[in-house]
Design a protein around this ligand. Structure first.
Ligand code: PLP
Length: 487
């Protein structure tokens, strides 16, 4: 009996080991025309190695690739991650022969174009942030945080005022307290007020002579701009501390407001969020750290500098914290970010920011009747709802997120920030069209209705994927990462 496909062939893909049949192979070598040599220690046979044809290999991996969901297939509203479209001009530029084939060990004299690119990107990022010096070296936001806090530690030690605490609001990304702890600081939690922002009275009390820095995200992870930012900065400075800004949310500010102008001493940027370079698959990122003058001497080596007006690298910086990353950072991210900045231009970047904020507020308005809004404060580029209206039916934020998959959307960010019980954090970015957002709204409203009338449909989701709901605890605690032959 011929076997028949019971599901779509693309969804019905076995492991290579399972389709193996003895004697099949994917290549044909010409007959040996030299004497054969025995390789010492070489295996004559690899047990259970799949034997398959070239076409089967191609189909296998191509089919698997269609199980992916990415920004190139649909809306990716993962809050805090700014999953915007990566324009293909970025890829074209990054693959230009002289850039794509450059080698980090090339001498500076043979890499002047690359140095100019780094220099130009640095100048743009300083203009955008209002800061005074920058390193492009860190590989991601989290590494940028660590770099930035190490700079603070050095600068305060140089003032003869080493301190032992870092203040972090309860709405912060988990990497902030992790960074402070790894840098040797004691983390102190700063409670948010009813508006979801820094509570000035608490800050007044907690900002003591023991506090090295306040690590603040602005807009914060509730998508709310810290309106008191000038007073916050002044207070931190009066008490001898420094203001670190987590710049992951710069997509709400670029071209409209500059951290350097509102009192920030040190901040990181996520090029792979704000400036469109692709991320999300654990791929390369870049977390440049921009600082005010006082922190400049401590920047990682090699530092970007100018010699006779030409961009150059400076290795001779006795007060530097040292290297934080091999070579100069993820160069491919620099070309992408620079292409993005230059293609948009000043007006384009401003428009991007405004569209991102407009889109988040569009979704907020359309969904606020069906989902609870824990904070009434206006939203910037992302909006945080909670599952408070669904929880009485036994439906939680994770269930709604899984059900969204059935409707063809990537889930929003689940259960973060932690200050909101059952958080649903939605960030459409400027990439989403109104039509696409309307489809998303329709799906979210339909799920809100299902949560009331057939909650099991939601709590059992997803129903349309190859693999249904996983036991997430077991998947984390007892992962099965390898196929084992059945014998
Ligand atoms: C993404 C993010 C980070 C960490 O950045 P990575 O590049 O993922 O290391 C830190 N803080 C906030 C608010 C973020 O959204």
């Amino acid at each position: 009996m011929p076997t028949r496909a019971s599901r779509h062939i693309v969804q019905n893909e076995p492991l290579l080991f399972e389709v193996s049949s003895p004697g099949k192979q994917g290549c044909q070598l010409p007959p040996l025309d030299v004497p054969a040599v025995e390789l010492a220690g070489a295996r004559a046979e690899v047990p259970d190695f799949p034997e398959i044809s070239e076409l089967e290999v191609i189909r296998h991996f191509t089919r698997l690739s269609t199980w992916n969901y990415g920004v190139d297939t649909g809306l990716y509203p993962l809050g805090s991650c700014t999953m915007k479209y990566n324009p293909r001009i970025n890829e074209a530029v990054t693959r230009l022969e002289g850039l794509g084939d450059g080698h980090p060990l090339q001498s500076a004299a043979l890499a002047r174009g690359a140095l100019r690119i780094m220099d130009l990107l640095a100048q743009y990022l300083l203009e955008i942030t209002g800061m005074e010096a920058i390193t492009l070296q860190p590989a991601a936001g989290a590494q940028g945080e660590l770099t930035g806090i190490l700079l603070v530690r050095e600068a305060l030690a140089a003032r003869g005022d080493a301190r032992r605490k870092v203040l972090i609001p309860d709405s912060a990304h988990g990497t902030n307290p992790a960074t402070a702890a790894i840098a040797g600081y004691q983390v102190e939690n700063l409670k948010s007020n009813a508006a979801g922002t820094v509570d000035m009275a608490s800050l007044e009390k907690q900002m003591t002579g023991e506090v090295a820095a306040l690590m603040l995200t602005n807009p914060n992870t509730l998508g709310i701009f810290e309106q008191d930012i000038h007073r916050i900065a002044d207070l931190v400075h009066e008490r001898g501390g420094m203001l670190y800004m987590d710049g992951a949310n710069m997509n709400a500010l670029v071209g409209r407001s500059r951290p350097g102008d509102f009192g920030v001493d040190v901040m990181h940027l996520n090029l792979h969020k704000t400036f469109s370079t692709p991320h999300g698959g654990g791929g390369p990122g870049a977390g440049p750290v921009a600082v005010k003058r006082e922190l400049e001497p401590y920047l990682p080596i090699p530092a970007l500098t100018r010699r006779n007006g030409e961009p150059a690298l400076d290795y001779d910086r006795p007060r530097s914290i040292g290297r934080v990353r091999a070579f100069y950072g993820n160069f491919g991210m620099f070309t992408r970010a620079l292409a993005y900045i230059m293609a948009n231009g000043c007006d384009g970047l401003k428009q991007t920011t405004e569209d991102a904020v407009l889109n988040a507020n569009y979704l907020r308005k359309k969904l606020e009747g069906a989902y609870a809004l824990p904070y009434p404060t206006p939203s910037m580029h992302e909006v945080v709802f909670s599952d408070a209206a669904q929880a009485p039916h036994g439906v939680r934020t994770g269930d709604v997120a899984k059900r969204l998959i059935d409707y063809g959307f990537h889930p929003y960010t689940v259960s973060f920030p932690l200050v909101v019980r059952g958080a649903m954090m939605i960030e459409p970015t400027e990439s989403a069209s109104q039509a696409e957002m309307d489809e998303f709204v329709e799906a979210m409203l339909a799920i809100a209705e299902e949560a009331k009338t057939q909650p099991e449909l939601v709590t059992g989701a997803p129903h349309t994927t190859k693999i249904g709901r996983l036991d997430e605890v077991a998947a984390a605690r007892q992962p099965r990462l390898r196929w084992q032959p059945s014998r």
